[in-house]
Ligand binder design. Sequence first.
Ligand code: NAD
Length: 332
Amino acid sequence: MPFDTALTRRLGIQVPVVQGGMQWVGYAELASAVSNAGGLGILTALTQPTPEDLRKEIRRCRTMTKYPFGVNLTLLPTMVPPDYGAYAQVIIDEGVKIVETAGNNPGPIIAQLKKAGTTVLHKCTTIRHAKSAVKLGVDFLSIDGFECAGHVGEHDITNFVLLSRARQELGVPFIASGGFADGHGLAAALALGAEGINMGTRFMSTMEAPIHQKVKEAIVNAQETDTALVLRRWGNTSRLFSNKALQEALKVEKNSKSGDFSEIAPYVSGKRGRQVFLNGDVDFGVWYAGQVIGMIHDIPTCAELLSRIEGEALQAMKRTQSLSTDALASRL
Ligand code: NAD
């Protein structure tokens, strides 16, 4: 096992790579494939319409992998507010030991999970929020830079700065999220003080991702400039794939006189985005993608991907070591 970090030890995984929760993507097919490949697969709780459906999905995932997997529970504005406590209770009752939380006011949910002995990996986009989460007793932070897909926060700090600030300020181990799609990124994250990485968009373009082939091809064909930000006006800035649906949403954001969320709601609806993944019409609705979209050029299996990432990271570390050997020797 080439990597031995606080993350691999605590989660019982081989490769320090977490598959981040993704709405309408984080089903058992993907989570089990990532866990079987040595990383940590994650089911997305809110992709399941009810807590009971989540229970079934957890049980289905167990039949597909004998390795640990987690569940993501995101606490952000939704058009139909879910019963977060009931989702958390199902996670606890089903014996899932690792939860990725994200979003606003996570205190009560983190308390519920920690009381049950769950390992909590909390995702945040600022050091201030990370420090609050530390006070709540989280086990790991997932430091989410501005490059990421989905909810980027309102401060636009990229990971070169954010990860270094995490290393300087947090007394709790953290992983790097946003901007990671290969082993060079993993090596860089480890060098900056992280215990591993989180990837979302990269896992969408794998054989096992349960989304339409045309979406995977759109990812392969995209450039790093093919994402855009929406919902800043509503304090919920999100990075999405730059398609026709997003351009329409941006027009509404710019031109809305009332500033009422209901004006833009039909344009950013998750239900429409879900249809994209089912029918393969990439312009039908909005869907999340990170800037790494420009770095993705193929559709491997999760096992091929994680093995490649491991190899690339080792090569990158060897390269940096060889560059510094003489200098190091002269200082020893
Ligand atoms: P949805 O259809 O309810 O909402 C669509 C988008 O509008 C989301 O970005 C949502 O945050 C935002 N939104 C809804 N009401 C809002 C309001 N009053 N003010 C500002 N923004 C508002 O979303 P969905 O696709 O059913 O997803 C459910 C939740 O899960 C959302 O909060 C979504 O952002 C979140 N999510 C989770 C993940 C994950 O990895 N777990 C990934 C993407 C999105």
